[in-house]
Design a protein around this ligand. Sequence first.
Ligand SMILES: [Cu+2]
Length: 127
Amino acid sequence: MAANSSSSFLKQPATGITVSLSNSASELKFEPNHLELVAGKRYQLRLTNPSQLKHYFTAKDFADSIWTQKVEAGKVEIKGAIHELELKPGAEAEWVFVTLKPGNYSLRCPIPGHTEAGMTGEIVVSN
Ligand SMILES: [Cu+2]
């Protein structure tokens, strides 16, 4: 993506969304497990893991369809393309991105047994 088009995205206020990877009861699910986004908008996705296990936020086709501004975790800020995030117990991260392409994208935690137990979700990007 050209730098000039990304700088116009940066002027948009980001819409905040929070997704919890599992919960304090360590149930294997994303909360919420369905996200509705609009193409061409800037989002600040806050990910939390209040459970006792590590989890992944894996949505590769979605990650390929967006422009990532940054991921912030602790005192570290990462720029550039991100494909999946691993959150250790108690971790938090913020992913700031702009949606580019409409579509239905699947989300899952690929840790053995977690997808099968229902740790899946859907990200819908509409026009
Ligand atoms: Cu998991």
